[in-house]
Design a protein around this ligand. Structure first.
Ligand code: ASN
Length: 482
């Protein structure tokens, strides 16, 4: 009897689960990475929310299948790295299914078919691939369009310039820094429909199907849920509704707001919340990392003047290694490299939060310079003082604390202030890992409204004001300490 019931259950279960077309979630929440500006698939509207076919689709599928998602929009290149490093569980970013990618990604069923196509300014005379000889073509790093350009480069003799995001690529085309761009056809056509003065002189080349992807071998249930959800949405007409919302004539635009974003005032009015939150992240990054850097820097600085050779050596290695690695590489290494390495050894995804990774990179970087400031400060105090004090029988530690450090600190203070300003500016560099601090916030806004001149001017003023205020404050503190 028991066996019969079990057999019945075993037979019924798959039928039942097929009937409601739901797969089982494994994680309580899935992190989905996407592009930052790839309209109509993903873009920010003027309410600063990410919308587009991909955003609506993944949300609808998550709802249909009953799983939780958190979406991040670091840009295509960074989104790919995030999935490979286990920072994100899946990527939806108008991503083309290519044979090369199949080696490292598992793809869902396709939900779109796209071509890659050349875009030039309306006034351009480029009319064929042959016309591209010695010209510069822009493309986003890591995209199928990039593969196409690289494969055909020797045939047509153009130069390729890669960009990390669509916004800077289109900006460069508009300003004439590059002669053409290669991008997905729906994306270029969409931007033209939104009033961009561009044209597509050559017909597009198929780059395949567009699909959702996970890292090969991981989160198989996510692909299952995506496929089931997509099938359900296709069956109930919701998928078509999403496509129509963005692709039909008179479809949702990047700018739905009534505020005119062509003026500085309009830009501020519409984006101040987002800019302030970006500023908050920038300040938090700078302050926290600088506080940590001071502690590490002082320790290594003291090591560097220690009577013990081993400590001096440790300090020297630390300073040389960190100073010798560009900050951007350090951040990328911590954010993408290390989790990828740990996963390859343990088989466990071990993502690190982008803010934490950025803070660690900034702390280490500033610590190396602070260690040098500390060394310089201590060495600037005449050696005679140490010798005199030691000959009076006062210990090394006490001489340091009571005689050398008070004088050295005064010498170091202006350099500390300087280093803090540098640390604050360096936060812009760690935006490369997709951290949405002030600079990245500005870039995202520009991706939507193409107001690069005014927006970068606003950003410059933001930094200028903040840095001036903070240096004034630091100078006051410095005076007080003196
Ligand atoms: N279609 C592009 C690719 O798969 C994706 C993108 O640029 N967001 O390469």
């Amino acid at each position: 009897m028991k066996k019969k019931i079990l057999a019945c259950l075993l037979i019924l279960f798959p039928i039942f689960s097929l009937g409601i077309a739901k797969a089982d979630t494994v994680k309580s929440k899935y992190i989905i990475a996407s592009d930052s500006s790839f309209a109509p698939f993903v873009f920010q509207n003027s309410n600063n929310e990410y919308t587009g076919i991909d955003m609506d689709l993944i949300k609808a599928i998550a709802k249909d299948q009953g799983f939780e998602i958190e979406i991040t929009n670091p840009g295509f290149d960074a989104a790919i790295s995030a999935v490979q490093a286990g920072q994100a569980d899946g990527i939806i970013a108008g991503m083309s299914v290519t044979d090369a990618r199949k080696a490292t990604f598992d793809f869902s069923d396709s939900y779109y078919t796209a071509n890659t196509i050349l875009g030039v300014k309306e006034s351009s005379t480029i009319a064929s691939y042959e016309d591209l000889k010695d010209k510069t073509v822009g493309v986003k790093n890591g995209t199928a369009s990039q593969t196409f350009l690289t494969e055909n480069q020797s045939k047509y003799g153009y130069k390729i310039k890669t960009f990390s995001d669509g916004a800077s690529m289109y900006d460069s085309l508009n300003t004439g820094a590059i002669d053409a761009v290669m991008d997905d056809e729906p994306v270029l056509k969409y931007s033209i429909s939104q009033g961009q003065k561009l044209k597509t002189p050559i017909t597009g080349t198929p780059i395949g199907e567009t699909a959702f992807a996970v890292k090969k071998g991981s989160n198989p249930e996510l692909i299952q849920m995506f496929n089931k959800g997509l099938a359900n949405l296709k069956a109930n007409g919701e998928f078509q509704k999403i496509l129509d919302k963005y692709l039909a004539s008179g479809a949702a635009t990047t700018s739905t707001s009534t505020v005119d974003e062509t003026t500085i005032w309009g830009l501020l009015q519409n984006n101040y919340k987002q800019l302030l939150s970006g500023l908050g992240i920038t300040l938090a990054l700078a302050l926290i990392s600088f506080a940590i850097a001071i502690v590490i820097g002082i320790i290594f600085g003291m090591f560097s003047v220690s009577p013990y050779k081993s400590l001096r050596l440790i300090s020297e290695i630390f300073v040389d290694v960190i100073r010798g690695i560009p900050l951007m590489i350090l951040a990328a290494f911590i954010f993408w490299g290390i989790p990828n390495f740990i996963e390859s050894i343990t088989g466990q995804q071990s993502p690190i939060n982008d803010f934490v990774a950025g803070t660690i990179a900034l702390s280490l970087n500033a610590a190396a310079y602070i260690a040098e400031i500390v060394r310089g400060g201590i060495q600037a105090v005449p050696v005679g003082q140490m010798e005199a004090s030691r000959s009076l029988g006062i210990s090394y530690g006490k001489t340091m604390r009571k005689i050398i450090l008070p004088q050295a600190t005064k010498l170091m203070l202006p350099n500390f202030v300087n280093q803090f300003v540098i640390a604050l500016k360096d936060t812009t560099i760690v935006s490369a890992i997709g951290l949405v601090e002030l600079f990245q916030t500005g870039k995202i806004i520009i991706a939507r409204n193409y107001q690069s001149f005014k927006m970068y001017a606003i950003l410059a003023i933001f930094y200028l004001v903040i840095i001036t205020l903070l240096t004034r404050l630091a100078k006051r503190l410095e005076k007080r300490i003196r």
